[in-house]
Design a protein around this ligand. Structure first.
Ligand code: CA
Length: 229
């Protein structure tokens, strides 16, 4: 399913766009602040951006320019003024399309579909997609070795990442500490399985809202750990 980020401060318009896009089975997020929108655009995995021009925090021109420096995905700019569209073109910000308000939502959906299809054809064979796993509010990018908790990136050490990724790849599977130790540290029972306990504790501090009531990594007393699906 393609994920779309709408950066738009007029909530009624944003919600209308979202409703129509969701009817076409897109997953849609809305950001009303420009700066926050850019931050999410750069740190999360979206397949297409719909940017309003006039926004609090940071305008659509700057957001478009910054996204384009880092990402290849389609960007649709939305503006209330026809003049702005000429300006966007003139600035060469790298936007893929421009729509003037008011527009019909079905036209927007048609354009989104066209750009996604074109983009997927273009890059589908060239750039292998990063391998990501998302379980509720926790998302990891195995290719980039990055972790986000409710949209905020957190820093993980190599072993913490390996352990978390392994557990997320096998949700609902109970692992003994010994098994996890062998899997991640790659040593046949040499060393201390308490290392596993220490690493689980550190991971929980980064991903859990309340470490005394873990939502993700459960302790199975007398056995080991299980990642809740
Ligand atoms: Ca606006």
């Amino acid at each position: 399913m393609s994920r779309i980020l709408i950066v738009e401060d007029e909530i009624a318009i944003a919600e209308l766009e979202k409703d129509y896009l969701e009817l076409s089975s897109f997953e849609v997020d809305i950001e009303t602040d420009g700066r926050k929108g850019l931050e999410r655009a750069l740190t999360e995995d979206f397949d297409l951006f719909i940017l309003d021009l006039m926004l609090p925090g940071m305008d659509g021109f700057s957001i478009c320019k910054e996204i384009r420096e880092r990402k290849n995905v389609p960007i649709l700019m939305v503006s209330a003024k026809k003049d702005d569209i000429d300006k966007i073109r003139g600035l060469g910000l790298g936007a893929d399309d421009y729509i003037t308000k008011p527009f019909s939502p079905s036209e927007l959906v048609a354009r989104v579909k066209a750009h996604l299809t074109r983009y997927e054809r273009l890059v589908g064979s060239e750039i292998p997609k990063n391998e990501t796993i998302q379980i509720r509010g926790l998302r990891i990018d195995k290719t980039a070795r990055r972790v986000w908790v409710n949209g905020t990136e957190r820093q993980f050490t190599t072993k913490e990442f390996d352990l978390l990724a392994f557990l997320m790849e096998h949700p609902d599977h109970v692992y003994k500490k010994e098994e996890l130790f062998r899997e991640i540290w790659n040593m046949e029972s040499i060393g201390d399985i308490a290392t596993v306990t220490v690493h689980i504790k550190k991971i929980r501090e980064k991903i859990e809202f309340d470490t005394s009531k873990p939502q993700y990594i459960e302790t199975i007393w007398g056995v080991g750990y299980r990642f809740k699906a």
